[in-house]
Structures are given as structure tokens and as C-alpha cells.
Design a protein around this ligand. Structure first.
Ligand code: ADP
Length: 145
């Protein structure tokens, strides 16, 4: 059985994230959506709320698990027995950033990172834009599952 983790902040989980998970399910038997918890970066939504939001998005899909973790992503990947890490790429900037982390992670542990390019519909979508809309009291239902 192949297991992948899809790590991120997911503050909040958007349709772009959901699309990546759905596509990752065509590659891995099981995808663990891994919410990275950082004591210094609290985020807008409490981690438990993020977890419940993602679980609702995959209700009835037993191949998706949602967990939170702190510390190194590769330590978490090894702890849950994941063979690889999934990340999404929207832009050149994302690509450059992901490339560096993927190289370090593979040097550290041998774990491979699989990058999936964002679907055109969601390439402009980010959690930070959604948070900004929320701060102006706008309706965000079009952007999140
Ligand atoms: P992080 O703080 O780790 O970047 P995010 O929650 O912002 O956490 O993103 C998690 C992963 O999802 C990253 O690989 C990011 O590039 C990817 N991602 C974010 N938004 C989208 C989107 N709209 N389409 C595809 N991938 C995305």
C-alpha cells in the first residue's frame, strides 16, 4: 500500500488544496492531509477547526486521513510510514521554493516529493487571499469546499 502525506498550513483548506488531494489519490492508495502546527504562527483558524473542515470535505472517502503535526515534515512522514510527500505548485516562485525543500528532504531521508501543478481554475487561489477576503467580511464560499 502506498501512502503519501500532503503537508501544509491549510488556513483555510481551499478548492485548490482539495483538487491536489483528489489527484494525489490517483497516485497513492492513501493520502494523509498533514496540518503543520507552528507555535509561533498561530494562523486564523484553530487547528481543530481546520481538521474538521478538511474531514467534512472528504466525508465518505476512507482513503483520506487528516492529522496535525509539529516538527519536521520528514519526521512526520516517517512516523506515519509515508513513502512520499505531495505538494502543489502554482507558480515559478512555488516551484523554486518546493525544489529546495524537496532536495533537502530527500538528502535527509530518501523520501521523494511529488509536485502537482495547480489546475488552471485554482492557480490564482491561496489561503492568504481567502483570509484577506474574510478580513473584509466577504463571502468566501466559492473558494473553499
Ligand atoms: P504552506 O504554508 O506549507 O505553503 P499551504 O496551506 O499554503 O501551506 O499550501 C499547502 C500546499 O498546497 C503547498 O504545496 C501549496 O503550494 C499548495 N497549494 C496552495 N494553494 C494551492 C492551489 N490553489 N492549487 C494547488 N496547490 C496549492
Amino acid at each position: 500500500m502506498t501512502r503519501a502525506i500532503f503537508p501544509g498550513s491549510f488556513d483555510p483548506f481551499t478548492l485548490g488544496h482539495k483538487d491536489i488531494v483528489e489527484r494525489a489519490l490517483t497516485i497513492a492508495d492513501e493520502v494523509v492531509v498533514a496540518i503543520g502546527v507552528n507555535a509561533e504562527k498561530k494562523g486564523l483558524f484553530p487547528v481543530l477547526e481546520r481538521k474538521q473542515q478538511i474531514e467534512r470535505a472528504f466525508e465518505g472517502e476512507p482513503r483520506v486521513k487528516v492529522m496535525s503535526y509539529s516538527g519536521l515534515t520528514t519526521d512526520f512522514a516517517q512516523a506515519v510510514g509515508a513513502q512520499f510527500i505531495i505538494r502543489g505548485v502554482r507558480s515559478f516562485t512555488d516551484f523554486e521554493y518546493e525544489k529546495n525543500i524537496a532536495q533537502i528532504n530527500r538528502q535527509l531521508t530518501g523520501i521523494e516529493t511529488i509536485l502537482l501543478f495547480a489546475d488552471e481554475r485554482y492557480a490564482g487561489l491561496s489561503s492568504s487571499i481567502v483570509r484577506e477576503l474574510i478580513s473584509y467580511g466577504k463571502d468566501i464560499s466559492k473558494f473553499i469546499p
